[in-house]
Write a protein that binds this ligand. Sequence first.
Ligand code: HEC
Length: 147
Amino acid sequence: MKNKFLKFSILVIFVLIGIQGIPFDLTNPPEQTVLSWDSPHTQALFTRACADCHSHQTQWPWYSHIAPISWFTKNHVDEGRESMNISIPDHAELDEIEHQIHKGEMPLWSYTLLHPEARLSEIEKKELIEGLNKTLSAQTEPLLPLQ
Ligand code: HEC
């Protein structure tokens, strides 16, 4: 029994070491646009709760480089950037953004486990929705591509 457990543990360790060799690209592509925020407060809330997955300003903590965590992280960031990305001339619908924040669907709950600072109070949710509304609707000619 003890022996089996030891063999299993060694196998797990080898698998964990082995998967670190799988190449992974955790990088931030260049910013293609600059958003003019309606206020530093909106920008701070977005940076705290959303920017890691919805911009090219992702902070990659040390554990995000370790497989298999890196696979989940990469997947969330890729999918997040596809849905809404403030670093490219494209963004999600305002009512969809409002819905996601209001319902507490975003930020993803799995993210807030490791980033408790990303949790938003009811007041902060309201402020972020209003701020993003102002910021994004003021930029319908908006997100100008950088020269
Ligand atoms: C941990 C990464 C992560 C964080 C942090 C995060 N999101 Fe997302 N977001 C995703 C992923 C992944 C998707 C696409 C899959 C989905 O809808 O669940 C998404 C989708 C969205 C969508 C599109 C939904 C749709 O169905 O069209 C909006 C809008 C959005 N997020 C807004 C936000 C806002 C606003 C914040 C901050 C309050 C935020 N997200 C924080 C990962 C994240």
